[in-house]
Design a protein around this ligand. Structure first.
Ligand code: UDX
Length: 441
């Protein structure tokens, strides 16, 4: 089938490349010329395991092309996917400007009937509005059937999620469009769930809000564990064995970040407000997350008294491992807070240093390795559970730091190992190790 994909951000590019991989003829459209030039040469603008190889394979096979020219891109396409961003407005609502622009550009360029598939995360009712919007901008007498097809891709495993996802959601009021979408997606061999457009839009928000709720819930439990002497890891394991609860998304830490959960939870609160529903539960989830993101700094301040003039190593800057994405990462709040307390921050991330430079205060010093970051540090804060950090030998903290004081926001180490390595080790929702050791500070 001939398919065009508008927008080559995270979702668009992974979708386009994957559709080519299952045999479709795909053209990806992006208004950024430089980016298109790179992608044509087989270079992926994002870091995503497996994506670049798949991209190159499909370019070579002649199934995947890139263009910044809309009219060339949508020419003779039967299906056009829209995967542009819907960033957050000041009030938390979703900004639909890019979506409107993209849909308008498609509508004004097509000379054939198409199925218009909206992948972008949009408030309930948007796809219905898009149906009218596209009609208004058509230049030719052609038919456009709109389909809502939300994505559930995780950064760092987006390719795997595309091929091994739990479900594909298709929201449309057109039987023909539903059948076509089944045909497009059949080679993925993933259960397809068909519903109306509004429900499809809501499935996306509700899923992300529910996952965020699970995280804030276990984080609240972890805070109570700390005060009662229970161990949140054991608690989560015991809870997760109940299949009604499930064992995923129960990892306590310093809260969720990234481009989806913070944005989508706020957008759903806003959406509920628009229909005069006060989504109290989700508001609390967001509040808990805001608190949790600052928790490590609070712990460090409580332990050290003042942070003024202290050298603090911050390990891990991306919002989770295996991505260079720092958007809405706890690291931004942590580093800003540390610097406002007059601490000096030496930060290290295996791959996100460059992106972090744009988002962190200019006085942040960036190190080339974990060892470089912790040398002579007064304490180390672990913010991301990168494999490199988990595997870092604990005795190095002992050797490089004047006093090995660790605040681990991701529970990277077993308590027993911290005990053996004689670290003073504070983690999330677990007993503190070697707290009684007298600090030289
Ligand atoms: C998420 C959704 O999982 C995905 O379905 C949706 O399409 C986009 O948003 P992503 O943002 O890539 O994906 O990351 P995810 O792996 O879900 O993690 C989000 C955040 O939650 C990270 O900061 C992570 O560290 C945190 N998290 C996750 C926890 O703190 N505990 C957990 O148990 C799981």
């Amino acid at each position: 089938m001939k398919i065009a994909v508008v927008g080559t951000g995270y979702v668009g590019l992974v979708t386009g490349v994957s559709l080519a991989e299952i045999g479709h003829q795909v053209t990806c459209i992006d208004i950024d010329h430089e980016k298109v030039k790179k992608m044509k040469a087989g270079i992926s603008p994002i870091y995503e395991p497996g994506l670049e190889e798949m991209m190159q394979r499909n370019i070579e096979a002649g199934r995947l092309t890139f263009t910044s020219n809309y009219s060339r891109g949508v020419k003779s396409a039967e299906v056009v996917y829209i995967a542009v961003g819907t960033p957050q407005n000041e009030d938390g609502s979703a900004n639909l400007t890019y979506l409107e622009e993209a849909v308008k550009s498609v509508a004004t360029q097509i000379t054939q009937s198409i199925f218009l598939v909206i992948k972008s995360t949009v408030p309930v009712g948007t796809n219905n509005y898009m149906k009218q919007y596209v009609k208004k901008h058509l230049k030719e007498d052609v038919k456009v059937e709109v389909v809502s097809n939300p994505e559930f891709l995780r950064e760092g495993s987006a390719v795997r999620d595309t091929f091994e996802g739990d479900r594909i959601v298709i929201g449309t009021d057109s039987k023909k469009a539903a059948e076509l979408m089944e045909e497009v997606n059949r080679p993925f061999n993933i259960p397809i769930y068909k519903t109306d457009m509004r429900s499809a839009e809501m499935i996306k928000y509700a899923s992300n809000a529910f996952l965020a709720t699970k995280i804030s819930f276990i984080n609240e439990i972890s805070n109570i564990c700390e005060k009662t002497g229970a161990n949140v890891e054991d608690v989560a394991k015991g809870m997760g064995m109940d299949q009604r609860i499930g064992n995923q998304f129960l990892q306590a830490g310093i809260g969720y970040g990234g481009s989806c959960f913070p944005k989508d939870t706020k957008a759903l609160v806003q959406l509920a407000g628009n229909v005069e529903h006060n989504f109290e539960l989700l508001k609390s989830v967001i509040k808990v997350n805001n608190y949790q993101q600052k928790l490590l700094v609070e712990k460090a301040m409580k332990r050290l008294g003042s942070l003024k003039g202290k050298k603090i190593a911050v390990l891990g800057l991306s919002f989770k491992p295996n991505t260079d994405d720092v958007r809405e990462s706890a690291s931004i709040h942590v580093v800003n807070e540390l610097i406002s307390q007059d601490a000096s921050v030496v930060a290290y991330d295996p791959i996100a240093n460059e992106n972090a430079k744009e988002l962190l205060p200019p006085s942040t010093i960036f190190a080339e390795s974990i060892s470089d970051a912790i040398i002579n540090a007064d304490c180390a804060l672990i913010l991301t559970d990168w494999k490199e950090i988990i595997k870092f030998p604990l005795q190095h903290y002992q050797e490089e730091m004047s006093y090995p004081l660790i605040f681990d926001g991701r529970n990277c180490y077993a308590l027993e190992s911290a005990k053996v390595a004689e670290l003073e080790y504070h983690s999330i929702g677990r007993p503190i190790i070697n707290e009684t050791r007298t600090s030289s500070m």
